[in-house]
Design a protein around this ligand. Structure first.
Ligand SMILES: Nc1ncnc2c1ncn2[C@@H]1O[C@H](COP(=O)(O)OP(=O)(O)OP(=O)(O)O)[C@@H](O)[C@H]1O
Ligand SMILES: [Mg+2]
Length: 454
């Protein structure tokens, strides 16, 4: 990305000299002749740095600076003011108004370049610090888990992170798709640049355009200034398209076009903006099936799906449950200022046996609730409030109940055996109660029990 510098001076010779000099060093330049034009160029061109002469027609440099300072635009935009020799007091005033530095005319070219380079470096560092800070605030979590299925996804994700290839993350709700998307960005060479999350469910067509592409001033009523879209904000970084399977077909067509060209126009504008972005998408839907059903564009599917990573449901990696539970316990106990909290052996056992339909997010919530509600420092099973119905599923194989693969009659018999055994267990061996629960005649239940035993 080349830095773009706005040169503001009413002296055409100085502008031409600076343009020459800066362009030969690889910077992009734009120019303005007065303070008013300077403000317009800042809004339209979004320069990375401004060289601002203080004595200007229409709106003076100092007034332009005051305006920018008031609207908090001097924060991420270094403004270097240029003043005639001997007007130091104006320069001091400019510094008070948020200017980054000042130079006196006639300009010393080497000094000028040094100041520009330093200023740009500082902005880029500051952006990195802001980014890291937001990551810490958002609690960038490490990936917990040592089961083979998770390890292999982590390894594949780390390899994928090194390239610019699109990644499609699949998996049930709560399995960690967003966590992996963030991790891939973090492991990638783009990590110092932003990761921008776009939730595709929440978008209507107009919202999407505005949100993705941004708009020009005056594009619609209320658009009183130009606004960058998320794709532009992500320039140099990563875009995470979450819940991509929920996007409507017309939106899919629009998105496809951007992904193909990596360029677009802001709403109400005619200038083409091009961006350098890496795409990661996620969904808990079966996209292949959606393609077959005509609900998802095949061409978009192929574009997103260069590398697919499928996150296993928690019930298929029970070996990770304890480590995850301890991890969440540590986090929530710290938040609740109850550092001595622990899970009893029975509680750990119950967690390990539970089916986890809501996956890791559900586990996180269960622990969070237990930490708050548990009267003692040791969490017992009753504090976990797990849904009894889901406990102790029959043996699992690849996410299916094992008897599903049997022939019809055997499968039905197996299912019958399973629900009956469970009902009797829950009724503490009392067949009458179990029959009531299953809404069966007691004698019929007894016959079934006998049949299953034979
Ligand atoms: N391996 C892991 N280690 C630690 N925490 C995890 C792990 N996987 C997921 N989490 C945590 O579980 C929660 C749910 O994960 P995440 O939001 O990434 O799931 P998701 O697949 O995007 O779910 P959804 O489809 O519902 O959006 C988050 O708080 C996340 O930090
Ligand atoms: Mg998610």
């Amino acid at each position: 990305m080349t830095a773009k510098i706005l040169i503001v001076d009413d002296d055409a010779d100085i502008v031409a000299m600076l343009e020459d000099r800066l362009q030969s060093l690889g910077y992009g330049t734009v120019a303005a002749r007065d303070g008013q034009q300077a403000l317009e160029q800042i809004a339209q061109e979004s320069p990375h740095l401004v060289l601002l002469d203080l004595t200007l027609p229409k709106l003076s440099g100092l007034d332009a600076l005051k305006h920018l300072n008031r609207s908090k635009q001097t924060d991420g935009l270094p403004i270097i003011v240029m003043t005639a020799h001997g007007s130091i007091h104006t320069a001091v005033e400019a510094m008070k108004e948020g200017a980054y530095d000042f130079l006196t005319k006639p300009l010393d070219k080497d000094h000028l370049l040094l100041v520009i380079r330093k200023a740009l470096e500082r902005v880029s560092l500051r952006r990195q610090v802001d980014y890291l800070r937001s990551e810490v605030a958002g609690r960038y979590a490490s990936i917990v888990g040592s089961s083979p299925s998770v390890k292999s996804v982590v390894e594949a994700a780390q390899r994928a992170a090194k390239s610019d290839a699109g990644v499609l993350l699949l998996g049930e709700s709560g399995t960690g798709k967003e966590l992996f998307a963030r991790s891939i960005h973090q492991w990638s060479p783009r990590q110092a640049m932003p990761l921008i999350v776009i939730n595709c469910v929440a978008l209507t067509e107009t919202l999407l355009e505005n949100e993705l592409f941004g708009h020009e001033r005056g594009a619609f009523t209320g658009a009183d200034r130009q606004q960058k879209g998320k794709l532009e904000m992500a320039d140099g970084g990563t875009v995470f398209l979450d819940e991509i399977g929920d996007m409507s077909l017309p939106l899919q067509a629009k998105l496809l076009r951007v992904l193909q060209d990596r360029e677009f126009q802001r709403v109400g504008g005619s200038k083409t903006v091009s961006v350098n972005i890496r795409i990661i998408a996620a969904t808990n839907k079966d996209l292949k099936k959606a393609v077959k059903a005509g609900q998802f564009r095949e061409d978009l599917y192929f574009r997103l799906n260069v590398i697919t990573l499928t996150l296993p449901p928690l019930r298929e990696r029970r070996g990770d449950i304890q480590a995850l539970a301890q991890f969440f316990l540590g986090r929530h106990a710290k938040d609740a200022k109850r550092p001595h909290m622990a899970l009893s052996a029975e509680a750990l056992d119950a967690l390990t046996r539970y089916a986890w339909p809501g996956n890791i997010r559900e586990l996180d919530n269960v622990i969070a609730r237990a930490v708050v509600l548990s009267p003692t420092d040791t969490i017992e099973p009753d504090m976990l409030a797990l849904l009894q119905e889901d406990a102790e599923l029959p043996a699992q194989d690849g996410g299916h109940l094992s008897y599903l693969d049997l022939p019809y009659h055997e499968s039905m018999a197996e299912h019958s055996r399973h629900i009956i055994t469970r009902a009797i267990e829950q009724a503490n061996g009392n067949q009458t109660k179990a029959a009531e629960f299953l809404k069966l005649q007691r004698t019929y239940l007894a016959r079934l029990v006998k049949r299953h035993k034979s």
